[in-house]
Design a protein around this ligand. Structure first.
Ligand code: HAM
Length: 432
């Protein structure tokens, strides 16, 4: 029996394949740290929710007719006969947690961020996986369009910190559920005469979720829908003003954007602002991230009237973009500073080596020794393979005198030092 990872999942490794640098754990950690740091600057605090939730939380909030709920969820019945679902996205779980833990009552303006895994049964391809990680934020408690601008600026700041420069910000307003009813009708009236010419997907969406007709990559559908009615022309006055103000804030912050009339997003919970950050190095899966406002979602989930806005950025797509742009991240050095090599009488030298290793590590020095071979050549090769900066060579004679040979692996210089002083000597190099 040969085991493989489930379809369209991947392993993130300390030693990634040469052509897939994005699968390097060190790069993941670096990007996550940049995100945490940007969130700290903007005053967001971290929330962690379970990896699974009651299925109904998602069916109700995301919407029965969406692709995610209708065909992509990993749903199962647990041994207690409950229907549970691996989370396909991060917003609904955060809303559930805030209601359950009564955070809205104590924090009239609540700014949260998360880094989490999501699961969608999708047809995989580069940039689209069945398990993916999102870097997300959610803010609750205000409808001020300056807050929409802040959330967008945070996302843009994150990419700027990483040196990603080939992205475009697309924005739109999806109005209120009421204004959408009129718009959906207008859209259907427009498409009805050429319904038979639309792709199967387009025809399905015409019936199930007409707004999503606009979100197509099919060339023919795009041509047929080129002059379709636009959401902005159907907005209620409040949403229209909100959208105007958001644009003026983005302009005054110096962030270029494109008003994208076909941007509708794949969830039912959005109201007013919807946005996406589109990368140019990604091929067809080009949404680096997306989000929007959801002023009715908390109410829908039983938490009263609390407006919200947030986004999710795709970790894999971010890392793939960094690779494509040739951005070399300054990842932490994972090589050991010192590597202990022992020679001679094992009963004498090995206990001293183990004690020294413990002492060095306690002093914060990354160090190692060989557990597979006692031959000098093999131990030295292991030190080289790991990229150790120094080796510490301990033989019978050194052990008896309480000293050790400290060898600089690049200059090959070697000198004798007292074992008791090894930690003090090496600690000087450990942060440089
Ligand atoms: P979403 O647009 O479905 O939004 O996902 C956000 C981002 O996650 C996408 O733009 C993409 O970069 C990445 N992503 C989504 N699905 C996959 C996949 N199968 N493989 C790889 N990457 C993927 C949401 O999930 C909303 N919860 C965002 C949000 C937060 N809206 C408000 N608050």
């Amino acid at each position: 029996m040969k085991y493989t990872a489930p379809p369209y999942t991947y392993d993130v490794l300390p030693f990634p394949p040469v052509k897939e640098a994005w699968l390097h754990t060190a790069r993941w950690r670096y990007v996550e740290n940049v995100f945490r740091e940007v969130c700290r600057k903007y005053g967001y605090r971290e929330i962690r929710t379970p990896i699974l939730e009651q299925t109904e939380l998602f069916t109700r909030s995301i919407g029965e007719a969406t692709d995610i709920v209708s065909k992509e969820m990993f749903t199962f019945t647990d041994r207690g006969d409950r229907s549970l679902t691996l989370k396909p996205e991060g917003t609904a779980p955060v809303v559930r947690a805030c209601i359950e833990r009564k955070l809205f009552a104590e924090h009239p303006l609540l700014k949260l961020y998360y880094i989490g895994q999501n699961f969608r049964y999708e047809r995989g391809q580069r940039g689209r996986y069945r398990q993916h990680q999102q870097l997300g934020v959610e803010v609750f408690g205000a409808v001020d369009p300056a807050l929409d601008a802040e959330v967008i600026l945070l996302a843009m700041d994150f990419y700027r910190e990483l040196g990603v420069i080939d992205q475009e910000l697309h924005i739109n307003s999806v109005g209120t559920p009421e204004s959408r009813v009129t718009f959906k009708q207008a859209l259907k009236d427009y498409a009805r005469p050429f319904l038979a010419e639309l792709s199967g997907e387009g025809q399905g969406r015409f019936e199930m979720n007409p707004l999503r007709m606009l979100d197509t990559k099919n060339e023919n559908d795009l041509r047929l829908l080129a002059d379709a009615p636009r959401l902005v022309d159907f907005l209620d006055p409040e949403s229209a003003e909100h959208f105007e103000k958001l644009q003026s804030y983005l302009t005054s912050a110096g962030v270029p954007y494109v008003v994208d009339h076909r941007l509708v997003r794949g969830f039912d919970y959005y109201t007013k602002t919807a946005f996406e950050i589109v990368g140019n190095s990604l091929g067809s899966q080009n949404a680096l991230g997306g989000g929007g406002r959801y002023d009715g979602l908390v109410d829908e989930c039983g938490g009263g009237h609390v407006p919200g806005i947030g986004f999710g950025l795709g970790m894999e797509r971010c890392l793939i973009t960094l690779d494509a742009l040739g951005i070399d991240l300054p990842t932490a050095d994972e090589r050991p500073l010192a590597f202990i090599i022992t020679l001679g009488d094992e009963n004498l030298v090995r206990p001293i080596a183990v004690k020294l290793l413990t002492k060095l590590r306690a002093a914060g020095i990354s160090c190692d020794m060989d557990y597979k071979s006692r031959k000098f050549g093999h131990q030295a090769k292991r030190a080289d393979d790991l990229g150790a900066r120094f080796t510490l060579i301990l033989g019978d004679e050194e052990a008896q005198r309480g000293v050790i040979q400290l060898r600089d692996q690049s200059s090959k210089e070697q000198r004798e030092i007292a074992i008791d002083l090894a930690a003090a000597e090496l600690v000087l190099f450990s942060h440089g």
